[in-house]
Each structure stands twice: as C-alpha cells, then as structure tokens.
Design a protein around this ligand. Structure first.
Ligand code: TRP
Ligand code: SF4
Length: 400
C-alpha cells in the first residue's frame, strides 16, 4: 500500500508548451516514480469557461493526453483518466454543495480575478461559481493527500481542506454517535448535563476556548462515566468525529517560471510559447526572431544580458561555460545575437526530440491511447465508488 496518493488535473483548453513541460509535467513525471499518482483531464472544469466552444474541449482532450505521454508520463506508473468519465465526481460535487456556504465560494480569490480577466465572457454562472467545489470533489473522492499545483491554485486546496473539515464535522461520526453521546450526557445528571450542553454550545457556536477548557475539566471530574462515554463526550464537545474525507495538502510546484519568447512568463495568453509540437524549423525561426536587448541595434553595440529575454532562456538551458561566454560576449559586442541564440536553439531542439518521437508513436496508435485512458477511467471509477459508498451512507442515502 502506498503512503501517499497524489492527484492533479489539467484543463484541456489549448496546446501544451514548454511552460507546461517545465512548470508542471516534469514534476508529475518525477512524482509518478515516488507515489501513487492519478492525473486527469479536467474537461468539466474547462466547460465552466468554454461552455460556448465545446469543440475546443473535444479537440484538446486527446491532444493533451498525447502530450502528457509524449512528455514522459508513464501509464504503467500513473493512472490517467478523464474527469467526465467518472461521473461520481459530479455526484460528490452535488452532495458537497448541500452544505457549502455561498460566501465560501464567493470569497475564493480566483472567482473575481478570473471574472475580471475574462470580462468578455458571461461568467456569473452557477457552474463557474462552483469551480472550486468541483475541484474539491475531484480531490476528496480519491482521498488524495498531495495535490501538485501552481501557486494560483493554493486557495482552491485551502478551500478543499475546509470542505473536508466541514464534511467530517457534519458526518464523521460512528453509527449512532449522537445518540450515544446524548445518552452519556444524561448519565451525568441534570445540573452537570445542562452545564456540559451550555459549554458545548458556547465552544461550537462562538469558538469560546475557555468554555472548551471548562468542558474538559467537567468531564475529568465525572466519576460515573465509562471510559468510552468520556471519550465520546470529549469528541462531542469539540464537534470532532471519524475522518471520512482526507484533508489534502498542496504540493507547490517550485515557481520555475519558464520564460517565454518575450521574457514574460511563457503563457498562451501572451502568445510567447514554444509548443511541444512545433517542428524544428518553427522552433528555430521563433527563437531567431526573438527580441533582444534593444541597446544592441548594430552588431557592434554592446548589450546587457539582464535586459534580454534570450538570457532568461540561457538560465534554463545553458551550463555555466556557455553563460560566461554569453555574458562576456554580449557586454563586449564580441558575439552577435544570432550566435548567442544558437546554443538555446540546440538545447530546445534536443529536449523536444524524445518528446516528439513519443508523440509520433502515440499519434500513430490512437487505439492505444483510447485503451489506456479506458483503463485509467475504470481504475479511477473503482476508487471513486469506494468513497461514494461511505459518503452516501453517512448522508442518509444508503437505500440498498
Ligand atoms: N483548477 C486546476 C487548474 O486550473 C485544474 C484542476 C481541476 C485540478 N481539478 C483539479 C488541479 C484537482 C488539481 C486537483 O490548474
Ligand atoms: Fe541577448 Fe545574447 Fe544578444 Fe546579448 S548577445 S542581447 S544576451 S541575444
């Protein structure tokens, strides 16, 4: 049995590029050797913003899976699946929605941020508001404890922890826990029982920690309680119970901000990407036309590497020797910019060779890809079903 279970998802909204590779996929590839890993295509999440362009989602799902495999995600090590093929995510999302305060969703920072960023789109929708809760369902349904994500997603993981806590608080009790606790209270006798009830209310409703301490003292004084009853009343006082859903932790992807062709972070919205599927000619051309330090108008003008986006790429791709050569050559106008770019071009092309070879293999064998996703879907469903059995049971939905 594995100690940890890692889960992460990606929305199929566009071609993957070197930013995804360096920022996300390399980390997944490492994790698949260390832990049980589940990686999935978040197609429902993509629909929350792309509900008017379903073809984008349809086309990108399989390309994205091929890109993952091409990058080195190994289906023998990690379970790969598609969110919408495990409908239990939707069922858990619905059940969690029953006790999720609207205010919790409205205060998730990505909600307003994204609405403002994508202002041209109608995003005052029920589905978009529920985005983080659907994400919670994705995570909680597998009882995953580690979730590799970028910094922007940390509030969603924090939110998920709160949902898990609230769930466990509401439903995490042994069968008949409340009745047993209530019976134990009665055994303390009228006056003490009333005091216990009062302290419990004060702690749970107002967070009054003095009431909690007084409650502990009261229980410790009780001679006529069995050990089991005393334990129950300690738990009941704090509102704790059995843990049914696991609180996950964010595994922060080290902020390896892959620089784009213009020096900003590589991102589709900045149109500064090198895609994993770009041909060697395209890659070469894109790097050759990259802007450089504007001070180097002529070949004889010296430049400052720190003012040049090519320098940022050298940080990712070049060894010390090459970087020294750039640093000296740029400042002294000893090298030209095209010369300077060549080692970067070479390294990017070298990095893409095995990726594109694997991509070709999978593209030639679409059935292989379909089958491996079908297997992943099935594995995921089995795990999800297990959790849902427990969830339905404690939420009064066990109708067998
Ligand atoms: N919201 C995530 C993103 O945009 C994608 C995602 C959906 C996800 N469900 C998830 C990530 C569950 C981790 C775990 O990157
Ligand atoms: Fe940029 Fe290199 Fe040209 Fe200097 S020599 S400006 S670092 S491309």
């Amino acid at each position: 049995m594995y100690a940890n279970r890692v889960l992460s998802g990606m929305r199929p909204t566009g071609k993957l590029h070197l930013g995804h590779y360096h920022g996300v996929l390399k980390n997944w590839i490492k994790l698949q050797h260390e832990h049980e890993c589940l990686f999935f295509v978040a197609d429902w999440h993509a629909l929350t913003t792309h509900y008017d362009t379903p073809e984008v989602i349809q086309n990108n799902i399989w390309e994205m899976v091929v890109d993952w495999l091409a990058a080195g995600i190994d289906p023998a090590l990690a379970t790969l699946f598609i969110q919408s093929q495990v409908p239990e995510h939707a069922e858990l999302h619905l059940l969690l929605s029953m006790f999720t305060p609207l205010a919790w969703l409205e205060r998730v920072p990505t909600y307003k941020d994204q609405q403002e960023k994508l202002a041209e789109k109608e995003l005052s929708t029920y589905g978009f508001l529920g985005y983080p809760l659907l994400q919670s369902a994705d995570i909680l349904i597998y009882r995953a404890n580690l979730v590799p994500v970028g910094e922007d997603q940390v509030p969603h993981i924090e939110f998920t922890r709160e949902i898990a806590r609230r769930f466990n608080h509401l439903y995490g009790r042994e069968p008949g826990f409340e009745q047993k606790a209530e019976a134990a209270i009665k055994k303390m006798g009228g006056k003490k029982a009333r005091l216990y009830e009062e302290l419990r209310t004060r702690y749970q409703q107002e967070g009054d920690t003095e009431a909690l301490e007084a409650g502990h003292a009261l229980l410790n004084e009780q001679q006529n309680l069995s050990l089991g009853d005393r334990e129950r009343l300690f738990g009941y006082l704090e509102g704790g119970g059995k843990v049914i859903l696991t609180e996950p932790q964010a595994l922060l992807t080290s902020a390896s901000r892959m620089p784009g062709l213009d020096g900003q972070k590589m991102s589709k919205s900045y149109h500064n990407t090198i895609s994993l599927r770009d041909t060697p000619d395209e890659v070469t051309k894109q790097i050759r036309i990259m802007p450089t330090d504007p001070a180097r108008v002529r070949r004889t003008d010296p430049g400052t590497p720190e003012k040049c986006p090519v320098w940022a790429l050298h940080q990712v791709y070049s060894e010390d020797g090459v970087r020294d050569w750039v640093s000296v050559g740029c400042r002294s106008a000893g090298i030209g910019c095209l010369e300077c770019k060549q080692p970067v071009i070479d390294q990017v092309l070298k990095e893409l060779v095995p990726i594109q070879e694997r991509a070709a293999h999978y593209n030639e064998n679409p059935t292989l890809v379909r089958n491996l996703i079908a297997d992943g879907n099935e594995k995921a469903r089995e795990l999800a079903r297990d959790t849902m059995r427990d969830v339905r049971q404690v939420m009064g939905l066990n109708h067998d």
